[in-house]
Design a protein around this ligand. Structure first.
Ligand SMILES: *[C@@H]1O[C@H](CO)[C@@H](O)[C@H](O)[C@H]1NC(C)=O
Ligand SMILES: *[C@@H]1O[C@H](CO)[C@@H](O)[C@H](O)[C@H]1NC(C)=O
Ligand SMILES: *[C@@H]1O[C@H](CO)[C@@H](O)[C@H](O)[C@H]1NC(C)=O
Ligand SMILES: *[C@@H]1O[C@H](CO)[C@@H](O)[C@H](O)[C@H]1NC(C)=O
Length: 583
C-alpha cells in the first residue's frame, strides 16, 4: 500500500488530526467551566468543534463490538499456546548470562534477589531504608509526589516475612522481597482506593487485595504503597491539585505523564524497580515514555480486573511498569492468566515468555512502520531515535515493512467517544464529580455527557471493522510488530499557575495520545521502551504493538531494545533515591 507521506514529502501531513485549542489554567479554566455550564449552546459547539460528532456521517454495517476480544480465535489467528512454549520464571534462572548489565545504573529485581541470597542485605534492611526515602520524597520541596500513601507497619510486616524466608533458604522466587508500588486505582488491603480524587472511597479501607496484588504477594513481592495519578485517569500529565502534582524525576519542572504518573516517577527515581499502572488511553505508555522506563499495556482480557476500580472498562487494562526489560517480563508473568473471578480472562491462551532471550537474530520478525504517521511528531529528537532504532533492528536481521493502518482519525474519535462515555457514565455514580473534582475533570465530564447512545454504537461498529482490519495486517500481511513513537512530544512543562486549580491543555493531550489510543480501542497489547533523550535531556519512548495475546514478542523486543540502547541510559538529574541496598 502506498504511503501518502512519501508522495507529498510533507512534514505537515496529518494522518490523525492535531487539536488546536487554547491553554487554560487558573481563573481562565474556572471561567471556562462556568461558561460551559451556563451559556446555552456553548457545550454543543465545543463538542462539535473538537470533532466529536464526526462519526455521525459514517455509514457502517458492522455489528457493534463492545468488548475488544478477538472472537472467534480462528478468524483472528489466535493460537492456543503449545505446552512446551509455556516458559515460566525458570527462563530467568536459565538465562542469567543474558541478563547483561545494561540497566546497571538502576536497581533491578534481580539485584535485590541476589543481595538477599548472598546475605548482603535483608528485605527488612532494604525496606527500612526505603521508608526513609519515601518520606524524603514527600517532604522535599517541591515534593516528588510519586508514592503518596504508604503504611509503615504493613511494609515492615511483609519485609519481615520475606527476611525469614531468605534466612530459612526458602525464598518464593525472583520477586521475593522486591518492592513494588501500585497505582491508586487498584485495591491493596489496608489502603483506600481513591483513584486520584478527594472523595472516592474516602474512609473506606480495602479489606482484600485485587487479584493481581494477591498474585504478586504470593511470589513474595513487597507492596510498598500507592502512587499518585491523574484524577479519575482523565488526563495524561499528572497534574492534580487534589492529591498533589507529581514531578518528573528527570526534570522537576516537567510532568511525569499520566495517568499512571506516580508509578513511572517512583520507578525512575529509584524508589522501586516495578510498579503497576492502568492504561485506557496510554496511561501506562505515556508516563513510561516521559520518565524513561518500560511499560506494558496488556491485551484486553489478559489480566484480571478483580479489585480494580475501572471507570472505562472496555478500553482500560492493567499492566506492569519497570526499570528494566527483565523486570517487565518477570512482573507480567507473575500476574498474567485466567482468574476464576473475572470471566473476561477466560478467553486467553496460556501466558508464556517463550523466546524472551532470543535477541541476537530477529530474522523471524516482520516489523511494520507507518512512515507518514510516524513523521507526525513535534520533536525531531523522537524521529532521530526512531530512525536509529530501525537501523539497529535491521542490523539484527529484522524485516522492516512499510504499512498503512486504515481509519486512524475515525478510530481516534471513536476511542474518545468510548472512553469518555464510559468514564462520564461511571463517574455519575458519584455526585461529587460535579463539584469536588479538579476543574479540568469537570470540564471533561460536562463535555463528554453530550455523546449520544448512537455515537457510542457507531464507535463500537467501527471497533468491529478496525479489529478485522488489524487482523488482516497481523495475519494476512504477517506483521508481528508495529513500531511507532510512544508520544509525539517529550514530557510537558509544568506551569506554576496550573498547580492550584489545574489546567486544560488539549493540544498537549492530543500530542501525547497520538500513537497510543488505537491500541486500547482494538484491545491489542503494546510496550513503551526507553530510546534516548531529547536536547533537554528528557527521555524519549518508542512503542511496539503486537497482536492479541502476543505479549511474549513484546517482552522479547523490549529486551532487544534494552540492548540497542546499551549504556546510554542515565539516572535522572532531579530526583534519585536508588541506593536502597546498603553498601
Ligand atoms: C533461555 O532463553 C532462550 C531464548 O528465549 C530459550 O530458548 C531457553 O530455553 C532459555 N533457557 C532456559 C533454561 O530457560
Ligand atoms: C555493572 O556495571 C557497573 C558499572 O558500570 C559495575 O560497577 C558493576 O560491577 C557491573 N555489574 C556486573 C554484574 O557486571
Ligand atoms: C538468523 O536465523 C535465520 C533463520 O533461522 C538464519 O537463516 C540466519 O542465517 C541467521 N542469521 C545469523 C546472522 O545468524
Ligand atoms: C477494512 O475493512 C473494511 C470492511 O471490511 C474493508 O472494506 C476495507 O477494505 C478494509 N481496509 C483495509 C485497508 O484493509
Amino acid at each position: 500500500m502506498s504511503s501518502p507521506g512519501e508522495q507529498s514529502g510533507s512534514e505537515t501531513l496529518e494522518i490523525t488530526k492535531r487539536l488546536v485549542a487554547p491553554y487554560l489554567s487558573g481563573w481562565s479554566l474556572r471561567i471556562y467551566l462556568f461558561l460551559l455550564k451556563y451559556v446555552p449552546g456553548l457545550l454543543s459547539f465545543v463538542f462539535w468543534n473538537t470533532g466529536l460528532t464526526s462519526l455521525r456521517k459514517l455509514k457502517l454495517e458492522e455489528c457493534p463490538t463492545n468488548l475488544p476480544l478477538p472472537i472467534p480465535k480462528e478468524y483472528f489467528g489466535i493460537k492456543e499456546t503449545k505446552v512446551d512454549e509455556v516458559k515460566g520464571l525458570e527462563i530467568f534462572e536459565g538465562n542469567k548470562s543474558a541478563q547483561k548489565n545494561y540497566s546497571s545504573e538502576f536497581l533491578c529485581a534481580n539485584d535485590f534477589h541476589e543481595a538477599y541470597l548472598t546475605k548482603k542485605a535483608t528485605p527488612l534492611q532494604v525496606c527500612e531504608i526505603l521508608i526513609g526515602k519515601i518520606e524524603e520524597s514527600l517532604l522535599c520541596n517541591p515534593p516528588l509526589n510519586a508514592i503518596i500513601k504508604y503504611e509503615r507497619e504493613d511494609i515492615i510486616e511483609q519485609a519481615t516475612a520475606s527476611t525469614n524466608r531468605y534466612a530459612d533458604n526458602r525464598p518464593l522466587g525472583p520477586l521475593d522481597g522486591v518492592p513494588i508500588a501500585v497505582k491508586d486505582e487498584m485495591d491493596v488491603k489496608g489502603y483506600e482506593t481513591n483513584v486520584g480524587t478527594s472523595f472516592i472511597n474516602r474512609g473506606v479501607i480495602a479489606k482484600t487485595d485485587a487479584t493481581l496484588i494477591e498474585r504478586l504477594k504470593k511470589q513474595g513481592a513487597i507492596i510498598i504503597g500507592k502512587t499518585s495519578m491523574h484524577e479519575l485517569g482523565l488526563g495524561i500529565s499528572g497534574n492534580n491539585p487534589n492529591v498533589g502534582t507529581c514531578r518528573n524525576p528527570h526534570n522537576i519542572n516537567h510532568y511525569p505523564g499520566g495517568s499512571s504518573g506516580g508509578s513511572a516517577a517512583a520507578i525512575a527515581s529509584g524508589l522501586c524497580p516495578i510498579a503497576l499502572g492502568c492504561d485506557g488511553g496510554g496511561s501506562i505508555r505515556i508516563p513510561s515514555a516521559f520518565c524513561g522506563i518500560y511499560g506494558l499495556k496488556t491485551t484486553w482480557g489478559r489480566f484480571s480486573t478483580k479489585g480494580e476500580f475501572s471507570l472505562d472498562p472496555t478500553v482500560a487494562v492493567s499492566g506492569p511498569m519497570s526499570v528494566s526489560a527483565d523486570d517487565l517480563a518477570l512482573a507480567y508473568y507473575a500476574m498474567a492468566g485466567k482468574d476464576d473471578e473475572d470471566p473476561n480472562t477466560y478467553y486467553q491462551p496460556l501466558p508464556t515468555l517463550s523466546g524472551l532471550y532470543n535477541t541476537e537474530n530477529l530474522s523471524d520478525l516482520r516489523i511494520g512502520i507507518y512512515k507518514a504517521w510516524n513523521k507526525q511528531v513535534c520533536n525531531p529528537a523522537i524521529t532521530q531515535a526512531l530512525n536509529d532504532f530501525i537501523e539497529k533492528l535491521k542490523s539484527l536481521g529484522a524485516n522492516i515493512i512499510e504499512i498503512d493502518i486504515p481509519d486512524l482519525e475515525e478510530v481516534r474519535i471513536a476511542h474518545v467517544i468510548t472512553i469518555c462515555s464510559e468514564i462520564s457514565t461511571s463517574g455519575k455514580r458519584y455526585k461529587e464529580i460535579f463539584f469536588k473534582c479538579n476543574y479540568d475533570s469537570r470540564c471533561n465530564v460536562e463535555l463528554f455527557s453530550l455523546a449520544t447512545a448512537s455515537d457510542y454504537i457507531i464507535a463500537q461498529q467501527l471497533r468491529t471493522r478496525f479489529m478485522r482490519n488489524l487482523s488482516d495486517l497481523f495475519n494476512k500481511q504477517k506483521i508481528d510488530l508495529i513500531l511507532t513513537p510512544s508520544t509525539a512530544i517529550t514530557a510537558p512543562k509544568i506551569y506554576p499557575k496550573s498547580l492550584k486549580y489545574g489546567e486544560a491543555d488539549l493540544e498537549t493531550v492530543s500530542d501525547a495520545m497520538r500513537f497510543v489510543n488505537f491500541v486500547n480501542f482494538a484491545g491489542i497489547p503494546a510496550v513503551s521502551v526507553p530510546a534516548g533523550y531529547d536536547d533537554k535531556q528528557l527521555p524519549i519512548g518508542l512503542q511496539f504493538v503486537a497482536k492479541w495475546f502476543d505479549e511474549a514478542t513484546l517482552l522479547r523486543i523490549a529486551k532487544v531494545s534494552e540492548e540497542i540502547l546499551g549504556n546510554k541510559r542515565k539516572r535522572p538529574n532531579d530526583f534519585w533515591f536508588g541506593d536502597l541496598i546498603p553498601k
